[in-house]
Design a binder for this molecule. Structure first.
Ligand code: MUC
Ligand code: MG
Length: 369
């Protein structure tokens, strides 16, 4: 039986300012959900977002309020091992709130996988790989600092895929910044950009043409999430891969984008999709439509990162790798044993459930009072 559902906010400083077109982050607010079951099993989930309400339509505070006020009372007393039944009730009764739903579903699935003594990946169809390529985001706001950071990552064999956050400056300045980094790193690295919706279609045509000829491999969400027609025109106009991120809020969007032939690659994000199972449906649509897969992040800590890693380990084809570096951007670790990054890959945990354990003392010390 589900006995108690708790929501915890923890503010953790980032290792350096992280500059996106929609926000500059100095701290990340982790949103963690703990589900306590009557059989003594505890499950964890995460609903972390970026920049308060700058990125998504749920804030850390709204997620906590909505789970505590509306979602927890709905689920407490239900059978904990019947995850699908609990989630069906939640999805039927509560509108929207994809991040909150994701955290609750993750916690219930973590608990159930622990109960069955299997890794979470095995409840999601079964893993086909044990390690995932991991990109790093260069977003210090300074070209030379970004180059030095990328060189350190290559040297340490931690990352060889770099995503550059652009869209804040003029197209000309952004293109110069990206191409300077691409020239410095050469073929040792894949260089990609994320515009986070900042460009008009005309900006995008000019920007993508220059980036494509400079050897950039991927253009993420160049235009507004709602402008599917423009995304489709860009996809058809250019050879360089176009990725949908903010345009994807679950399986229905995945299908609509596919029908419009609007993207070459989908960023699969569990929270943005409304949970691990809807995210798996997003990936299924992509695989059926010949769209490439990429494991996306909302810069979560260890819980959400492990959850996405379990899901990505089950995809037949993960051509574009992942960006599951969230915990590495934070100054504090909330797991007892950190996730393992080695040889450009994140190792998918092998223990029961998420395969990671919360450091309760650490979390208590970081928890917002
Ligand atoms: C996004 O839009 O993809 C992922 C990596 C990063 O640096 O920011 C996020 C959000
Ligand atoms: Mg993105």
């Amino acid at each position: 039986m589900i006995q108690k559902i708790e929501t915890i906010l923890a503010d953790v400083p980032t290792i350096r300012p992280h500059k996106l077109s929609v926000a500059t982050m100095h701290t990340q607010t982790l949103v963690l959900v703990k589900v306590q079951c009557a059989d003594g099993i505890i499950g964890w989930g995460e609903a972390t977002t970026i920049g308060g309400l700058n990125y998504g339509d749920e804030s850390p505070e709204s997620i906590k309020t909505n789970i505590d006020t509306y979602i927890a009372p709905l689920l407490v007393g239900m059978e904990a091992s019947q995850v699908a039944k609990a989630m069906a009730k939640l999805r039927k009764t509560i509108q929207g709130n994809r991040f909150a739903k994701c955290a609750v579903e993750t916690a219930l699935l973590d608990a159930q996988a622990r109960r069955l003594n299997v890794p979470l990946s095995e409840l999601l169809g079964g893993r086909v790989r044990d390690a995932l390529p991991v990109a790093w985001t260069l977003a210090s706001g300074d070209t030379q600092k970004d180059i030095a950071e990328a060189e350190r990552m290559l040297e340490a064999r931690r990352h060889r895929i770099f995503k550059l956050k652009i869209g804040l400056r003029s197209v000309i300045d952004d293109v110069a910044h990206v191409l300077a980094i691409k020239r410095a790193l050469g073929n040792a690295a894949s260089v990609r950009v994320d515009v986070n919706q900042a460009w008009s279609e005309l900006d995008a045509v000019r920007g993508i043409a220059a980036l494509e000829s400079g050897g950039v491999d991927l253009i993420e969400q160049p235009v507004k999430a709602g402008n599917v027609a423009a995304l489709a025109r860009l996809k058809q106009r250019f050879d360089v891969a176009i990725m949908a991120d903010e345009a994807l809020h679950g399986p229905i969007d995945a299908l609509a984008l596919a029908k419009s032939d609007a993207a070459d690659v989908y960023a699969v994000k569990i929270a943005q999709s409304g949970g691990l199972l809807p995210a798996r449906d997003v990936a299924t649509v992509a695989q059926l439509e010949g769209i490439g897969l990429y494991g996306g992040t909302m810069l979560e800590g260890g819980i959400g990162t492990a959850a996405t890693a379990h899901l990505c380990s089950t995809f037949d084809d993960l051509a574009w790798g992942t960006e599951l570096f969230g915990p590495l951007l934070l100054t504090e670790e909330v797991l007892r044993e950190p996730l393992v990054y080695r040889d450009f890959m994140l190792q998918v945990p092998t223990g029961p459930g998420l395969g990671v354990e919360i450091d309760n003392d650490k979390l208590r010390s970081l928890q917002r009072k």
